[in-house]
Design a binder for this molecule. Structure first.
Ligand code: CTP
Length: 402
């Protein structure tokens, strides 16, 4: 989980559509990420969800009436809220709300708050497909986008009214992701970061290969975190089941040699290389073009291997002022192996971790890592989520070299 929402004031603007109930889940996700939420509803939204639900979950009064003077903080509430907000999320945003916001109409508490807000505003449209695709709505969305607001496009699927197409509110976790991105400082803007992730596969024949259990989670977390922080990120990924992180250009490869080709090809456009991939050191010398059939002789066959290129070592030889970060997954003598790799491969830093435990290494969501630096320093942060570790790694790179 990113720390971007911790102690941040988020205004959740809810307008009247079927998807209003999904705002409840969004509220909970924001609160779980450490954000303090204030809900402001349109009059129509109250027909779908009662303010009591939002009040109970946010622990704060809900505003829906421009002239509501009740409650402790009633004084011109919408203006106070607009000024205190770090971000506003409009979820769901109906065609009507989008139309008013895009055209500067402020005739209720929510639209008045929008006019007064100076923080990032996320607009999450949700409406019937034909409404969504209509010219006025598309025109208004375009206008909001060119005014600098972030549009979180709706998903496609079967709508409550039976039509099929775009118009479903984006999923709450995706809206949360966009909110966190909006609130993440862009301290990597202008930096070009190349990340490798996942395993490689070294084929024996078209249907069999040698590989390792890397799931790519660490590398994907680094790529996603760097993109959120404004970097221009290229992710070169071995075969994994993860979706490409939002905002990251992703190239999928299979073997170590494929990975090497892409990495060397893109090196000239790279300032920082973070090599989280678990690259196979060897490949079968011979690869059969067709599936190898079993026969009795096969039981006695052995496989001859040849060495794969050591991508990181070659990068170390062509360093040219770049920052190079490696990973070392070890089962024993972590410091000795990791530092040896850092020196041999001419790296600035290496992230070591002991694999085999349930909380760390292949497939886990958390990682217990140690950072080793070129100047002999080392540091062992506590066990943490891979996303948090990714941000910490970027913090350290920035502090030391950027
Ligand atoms: N690496 C690489 N190319 C390879 C092997 C490894 O770029 N052919 C990179 C990995 O991405 C990682 C670092 O080198 O960042 C260390 O990988 P590891 O496999 O632990 O190192 P090896 O040098 O292969 O050492 P060993 O397998 O003997 O432990």
């Amino acid at each position: 989980m990113s720390r971007a929402l911790l102690h941040k004031e988020i205004v959740l603007g809810v307008s009247g559509g079927i998807a209003a109930y999904k705002a409840i889940e969004l509220l909970r996700l924001i609160a779980r990420a450490g954000g303090a939420v204030r809900v402001i509803m349109t009059a129509n939204a109250r027909s779908f969800v009662g303010p009591m639900t939002f009040e109970a979950l946010s622990g704060r009064p809900v505003c829906s009436d421009l002239f509501d003077r009740s409650g402790r903080d009633a004084a011109i509430r919408h203006i106070d809220w607009a000024q205190a907000a770090d971000a506003v999320a409009l979820a769901p945003a109906t065609g009507n709300l989008i139309g008013k916001f895009a055209n500067g109409i402020a005739d209720d508490a929510l639209t008045t708050l929008l006019m007064a807000a100076t923080c990032p505003i996320l607009v999450c449209p949700a409406m019937n497909t034909h409404m969504y695709e209509s010219r006025p709505v598309q025109r208004n969305i375009e206008r909001l986008r060119s005014d600098g607001h972030r549009i979180i496009p709706p998903g496609s699927g079967e709508m409550a009214c039976g039509t099929v197409g775009p118009g479903r509110l984006a999923e709450p976790p995706d809206i949360l992701y966009a909110l966190e991105t909006a609130l993440t400082p862009k301290d990597y803007r202008g930096k070009r970061v190349l990340v490798t992730a996942g395993p490689t596969r070294e084929h024996l024949d078209p249907v069999r290969f040698l590989s390792n259990p890397s799931t790519g989670k660490m590398g994907y977390a680094v790529a996603g975190a760097a993109a959120r922080r404004g970097a221009d990120v290229l992710l070169v990924s071995g075969p994994v089941t993860l979706a490409a992180p939002i905002g990251v250009k992703t190239i999928r490869v299979t073997s170590a040699r494929d990975m090497a080709d892409v990495v060397f090809d893109r090196l000239a456009e790279t300032d920082i290389v973070i090599k989280a991939a678990a690259v196979a050191d060897y490949r079968p010398r011979d690869r059969a073009d067709q599936k190898v059939k079993k026969d009795d002789r096969a039981a006695h066959q052995s496989v001859a291997f040849e060495k794969n290129p050591d991508i990181l070592k070659t990068l170390g030889e062509r360093k040219n002022g770049r920052i190079l970060v490696g990973f070392a997954a070890e089962t024993e003598r972590l410091a000795a192996h990791a530092v040896d790799k850092m020196t041999r491969k001419n790296l600035d830093m290496i992230v070591g971790n002991i694999v085999g435990g349930p909380d760390s290494g292949f497939g886990a969501d958390t990682n217990q890592a140690t950072f080793f630096y070129r100047n002999g320093d080392s540091e062992t942060p506590p066990l943490m989520e891979k996303t948090d570790l990714a941000h910490l790694l970027l913090d350290r790179i920035k502090e030391r070299w950027l």
